[in-house]
Design a protein around this ligand. Structure first.
Ligand code: AHM
Ligand code: MG
Length: 335
């Protein structure tokens, strides 16, 4: 694959590959690309202007401050709804889903988007990278009618596309439409994403485990045993620990270097912390598309049938062999 290709060119070239191609999905990815650039601009100036305060604070100009996650939410909603390419959006920042009315009220758009507009936002104040996560489905209710909750509560295996943006040392957009995973790096000087990481792949084995070990005593026995297994020096078990506390960044590093990300349930959080629909499912889709896997410890994440928009799930994701070893530990100590 030629490398100095822009995201715009890539989208056009690959449109035909998509089963239901009518250009709508391409327009949708284009809209996400645009919103990502806008949010990137806001994130980059977070240290310069006074926008990192909490929502509702009054800044020096006497204007109400917006937290960056609220701002990111608004930018994505605006961009996606202005272009009339989706029929509904669900966001971490909003309790219920948003139904997008087309101008003619005919509800002809077929895609719904679920989004975490700024994940890991508690990291912004300390200049650590954050991300946007998105997930795209075809609606299941008939075109021509308003969207319903059912359109959003689909198992992750139904996703037609998913991706993330990492606002890091450089800004990258990584996504998949079910034909592998490709990563694009933003050239900030000209505002263009270039294909920098074609066909991204998880190695089958890795040597990084990423978990908040501060919660160790609250973890299930299977997870504790797995962490001990990674720590014990025996033969050539070369594990190292890396945890940023920003899912997108931890995932991105592990996909490039090989590793496993763990966010188990704990005695403090009986279903874990991460949200199935707009955090775990899109990451699981990308992981599988890159040859990795994702599990709740016992079941494939993409098979889980959601029952609530904001439901949480334990999440273990990364290099295939590491996830399956973790599952073996969970089966041996299932409680
Ligand atoms: P958020 O959606 O409120 O930002 O929370 C999700 C974040 C993930 O990015 C990260 O992996 C995790 O929370 C870190 O949680 P913890 O601080 O408990 O380790
Ligand atoms: Mg989040």
């Amino acid at each position: 694959m030629r490398k100095n290709k822009t995201l715009g060119e890539f989208i056009i070239e690959n449109q035909a590959e998509f089963q239901y191609s009518s250009g709508e999905l391409s327009k949708l990815i284009n809209a996400i690309r645009l919103a990502a650039k806008v949010v990137n601009h806001e994130v980059n100036k977070a240290g310069l202007v006074d926008i990192t305060g909490s929502y509702g604070d009054i800044n020096v100009q006497g204007e109400e401050q917006q937290k960056l996650d609220v701002l990111a939410h608004e930018k994505f909603i605006q961009t996606l709804s202005n272009r009339e390419i989706v029929c509904g959006i669900a966001s971490e920042e909003e309790e219920s889903f948003i139904s997008i009315n087309s101008l003619d009220h005919r509800h002809q758009n077929k895609y719904v988007v679920l989004i975490d507009p700024l994940d890991g936002s508690s990291n912004i104040d300390v200049n650590v990278s954050v991300g946007t996560i998105f997930s795209i489905y075809r609606r299941v209710t008939p075109i021509g009618t308003p969207v319903t909750l059912e359109d959003f509560l689909q198992p992750g295996k139904n996703q037609v596309a998913a991706g993330y943006v990492v606002y890091g040392t450089s800004t990258m957009l990584v996504y998949s439409t079910g034909h592998g995973v490709n990563g694009f790096t933003l050239n900030p000087a000209i505002g263009t994403f270039y294909l920098s990481h074609p066909n991204m792949q998880y190695s089958e084995d890795g040597n990084i485990y990423s978990v908040n070990e501060g919660n160790y005593i609250h973890f299930p026995q299977g997870v504790k045993n797995y962490i001990k297994y990674c720590q014990q020096e025996e033969g050539d078990r070369p594990y190292t620990s890396r945890y940023i506390g920003s899912l997108v960044s931890d995932f991105h590093r592990n996909m490039i270097k090989g590793g496993i990300y763990l966010y188990p349930k704990s005695s403090k959080a009986p279903n874990g912390k991460l949200r199935l629909l707009y955090e775990c499912n899109p990451m699981a889709f990308i992981a599988e598309q890159a040859g990795g896997s994702a599990s709740d410890g016992f079941r494939r994440i993409l098979d889980l049938q959601p029952t609530e928009l904001h439901q949480r799930t334990p999440f273990f994701c990364g290099s295939k062999n590491m996830v399956s070893t973790l599952e073996e530990f969970m089966h041996k100590s299932p409680i």
